[in-house]
Design a protein around this ligand. Structure first.
Ligand SMILES: [Zn+2]
Ligand SMILES: [Zn+2]
Ligand SMILES: [Zn+2]
Length: 273
C-alpha cells in the first residue's frame, strides 16, 4: 500500500492564523515541513481517512484527484477531521461522469452528519454505513477494522486497522491513551505502519493521557505495542496531528522522537507499506 499524509496538524493548523507564537511565526517564514494542514490521509489514492478543512487543496497540492477514492473512513466528527460538506461536490449536477458509489464508514455521529450534509442530494452516489468497534468489514480488496480510541466525550471515536496484501496499517488519530479493549484486540496482530498522535507535545499530565497523547503517553503506547510484538523491528512508527503547543519546530520534535525510534510525519510524505 502507498500511504500518503495529506495533512499532519492538530486542529489549529500550523501556523494557526490567530497565533504569533514562535512555532507559528517560524512556519510563516520558512514554510516547507514547518507548515502543516489539518490531519487527513489517503491510501493508494483510493481510501480516504478523514477529510480535513483543507482536503480539496491537499489533493491539488499533491497533483491528485478524488476520482479513484472508493472508501472514506471517518475517525470522529471534530471539525478538523470531518469536512463532510465536500460530499455535495460528488452529487448529481455538482460532479460529472461519476459511475460508482462512494462507500462511507464511521460511527453513528459521522454517518448521520454525512446524511444531513447531503440533504437528499446523494442519490445512488453514496453508501453510508455505521460500523461497530472491533468488527471488520471489506471493500474493494481492503479489510478495515474500527477500534475504540479514548478521545471525545460525546461520541465513540474510532481508529482503524487497514489490511491489504498481507500488510497492516494502523491509523491512530485522534486517540488519547487507548482503552484496554483496543490493546486486547491488537494482541497477536502485527502492524507494519502505525500512525500515532503527539498532540499535547509536552511531558505534562502523565503517561496515560485522555483525549490526546503527549510525548510521554506516546512513548508509553509505543513501548507497550513493542513489548506485545504488535510492533517489531520491521514496523514503522510515525507521529502526526502535531500542535504548535509544543513550542518546538519540526526538526526539534523529530530529534526528540528519533531517540525512541519514532518518525515525525509532514504534509505530503508518502510511505510504501
Ligand atoms: Zn484532531
Ligand atoms: Zn502558534
Ligand atoms: Zn478530535
Amino acid at each position: 500500500m502507498q500511504f500518503k499524509f495529506l495533512g499532519t496538524a492538530a486542529s489549529e493548523g500550523i501556523p494557526n492564523p490567530f497565533c504569533a507564537c514562535k512555532v507559528c511565526t517560524h512556519a510563516r517564514e520558512v514554510l516547507g515541513v514547518e507548515r502543516r494542514t489539518r490531519a487527513s490521509a489517503i491510501i493508494d489514492g483510493q481510501v480516504q481517512i478523514d477529510m480535513s478543512p483543507e482536503w480539496s487543496y491537499q489533493l491539488e497540492r499533491e497533483h491528485m484527484t478524488a476520482r479513484d477514492i472508493h472508501t472514506v473512513l471517518f475517525t470522529h466528527t471534530h471539525p478538523d477531521h470531518f469536512n463532510v460538506g465536500e460530499f455535495v461536490s460528488r452529487c448529481e449536477n455538482f460532479g460529472y461522469d461519476i459511475k460508482e458509489p462512494l462507500h462511507v464508514y464511521g460511527n453513528d455521529c459521522a454517518i448521520k452528519g454525512a446524511f444531513n450534509a447531503l440533504d437528499n442530494l446523494g442519490g445512488d452516489r453514496f453508501i453510508l454505513q455505521v460500523v461497530a468497534p472491533y468488527m471488520s468489514f471489506e471493500n474493494k480488496g481492503y479489510k478495515f477494522t474500527a477500534v475504540l480510541a479514548n478521545h471525545a466525550r460525546m461520541e465513540l471515536c474510532y481508529n482503524y486497522l487497514i489490511e491489504k496484501d498481507g500488510k497492516t496499517i494502523f491509523y491512530g488519530l485522534d486517540s488519547g491513551f487507548h482503552p484496554e479493549s483496543t490493546f486486547e484486540f491488537l494482541k497477536g496482530k502485527k502492524i507494519d505502519l502505525a500512525i500515532l498522535e503527539c498532540t499535547y507535545a509536552t511531558y505534562i499530565q502523565g503517561n496515560k493521557t485522555n483525549n490526546h497523547l503527549n510525548f510521554e503517553s506516546l512513548f508509553n503506547e509505543v513501548s507497550i505495542l513493542r513489548d506485545m510484538k504488535v510492533l517489531d523491528a520491521t514496523s514503522k512508527v510515525y507521529a502526526s496531528h502535531v500542535s504548535h503547543s509544543s513550542k518546538m519546530t519540526h526538526s526539534e520534535i523529530e530529534k526528540l522522537l528519533k531517540e525512541q525510534n519514532i518518525n515525525l510525519a509532514y504534509d505530503g510524505l508518502n510511505l510504501e507499506v
